[in-house]
Design a protein around this ligand. Structure first.
Ligand code: DX5
Ligand code: ZN
Length: 224
């Protein structure tokens, strides 16, 4: 995962994929050059919807790994400390939980690394950047939500650019990831703001041609 995260990347979010042909959809973006697949877990509590869990992760992990790729798990769940190990077991390469969901972010980052996964912490739009300042050196990635989590297809919050400017100096060596409203138009200004990992769901799988959409966003982001 560390090696794959060394370069800027666009991470297709399968939340917007056709779940009835998930394997084919994953194959399509991998063939187009994607190497990190973003996997959104929602529990119906931290955010209203319920999505997918370790069983579905186990269903795609081998396919992604066989292609030299990795799965980036984004836990939008309460009590992430009770669930993260199952995702590591099911094939996650990185696991990101929300700072708002646990009082023990430092301990959880340690525990995720101990299982051999990249460790990430996410913050919602309303959470101040200072929430991650004390985690410098413990997190491999910091996920700045650029929408309120729960649904794909929302517009990126304009306040995100200012927030990223304040976040960047606080993260140390960690990679900054954004999630929400990333498309061929927002990718370039986000890259200019210092973003390294770009999650894109509807702008890839919501189009008739995920491979071309991926390529277009990757080019705009300056990503491989
Ligand atoms: C939403 C999820 C996102 C979602 C982004 O809470 O965390 O990963 O797939 O969707 P788009 O790219 O459509 O904004
Ligand atoms: Zn996500």
């Amino acid at each position: 995962m560390q090696q794959l995260m060394a370069e800027p990347r666009v991470l297709p979010s399968i939340l917007s994929a056709d779940m009835g042909k998930l394997g084919a959809q994953v194959e399509e973006v991998i063939d187009a050059g994607a190497r990190i697949i973003h996997f959104d877990v929602m529990d119906g509590h931290f955010v209203p919807p319920i999505t997918i869990g370790p069983l579905v992760l186990g269903g795609i992990a081998d396919q992604v790994h066989d292609a030299g790729g990795a799965v980036d798990v984004h836990l939008m769940i309460e009590n992430p400390e009770q669930q993260f190990a199952e995702f590591a077991e099911a094939g996650a390469d990185s696991i990101t939980f929300h700072a708002e969901a646990t009082p023990h972010a430092n301990r959880l980052l340690h525990s995720i690394r101990e299982l051999g996964c990249g460790a990430g912490v996410a913050i919602n739009p309303a959470t101040p950047v200072e929430a991650v300042a004390e985690l410098r050196g413990y997190a491999d990635l910091v996920l700045c939500m650029t929408i309120n989590p729960g649904w794909g297809g929302q517009k990126l919050l304009e306040s995100s650019y200012d927030k990223l400017e304040r976040l960047l100096p606080l993260v140390g060596e960690a990679r900054v990831e954004v999630d929400g409203g990333v498309d061929k138009n927002t990718a370039a200004p986000l890259a200019a703001a210092g973003v390294h990992l770009f999650v894109a769901g509807s702008a890839i799988f919501g189009t008739g041609d995920p491979a071309s959409a991926y390529a277009e966003i990757a080019a705009a982001a300056g990503a491989s």
